[in-house]
Write a protein that binds this ligand. Sequence first.
Ligand code: SAH
Length: 194
Amino acid sequence: MNPSISKIIFILGIIFWLLIRIPYQQIQKQNTIVDDRKTVQGKVVRLVVLIGILFVPLIYFVTPWLNKANYGLPIWANGLGIATFALSLWLFWRSHHDLGRNWSSTLQIREGHTLTTNGVYQNIRHPMYASVLLLCIAQALLLPNWIAGLSGFIGFSIAYATRVDQEEQMLLNNFGDQYEAYRQRTKRLVPYLF
Ligand code: SAH
């Protein structure tokens, strides 16, 4: 596929990705928070994800600085990238939808927080993070550049490694045996596997 077309598809996907979150951000503002684990480290890590998914690709689109790291991709890789991006957007929307008012962009428990174990949370505990991982795979398949293609994956890996244990600990503190039982019967990112 023409690299310009795969770039446009990536940009459109990112616009959808940003739009999906807006209504949930409005809902989140109405929550009364009873357990807040927001940290400076958490903010830095979210910034690292945004740099990997938005900022580095932007540099690749508007400057020639990263061109030395370009490589070729077969047409099937672009097709797979589009399909992966579509799946990622669906899972991103669906996990926001299933969490509903329990969603927050940082690690928080709200007043009246309930444990979501249905919908896409039935078999995996972190479908939203799985959706971001899918987005990073799509990025590597759509942007044939060693830096701009892989920066999302690097940002995601740092964020996932520093956040997921803290999040599970917070949910364990708040939901006790209910969360432990949920943890026993589910995987983190890939149903039945991992
Ligand atoms: N890690 C999850 C959710 C990310 S949003 C995922 O990848 O899908 C982060 C917020 O979701 C956290 O502040 C936490 O309070 C909330 N959360 C995470 N898992 C939850 C669950 N199963 N039920 C209710 N709230 C949950």
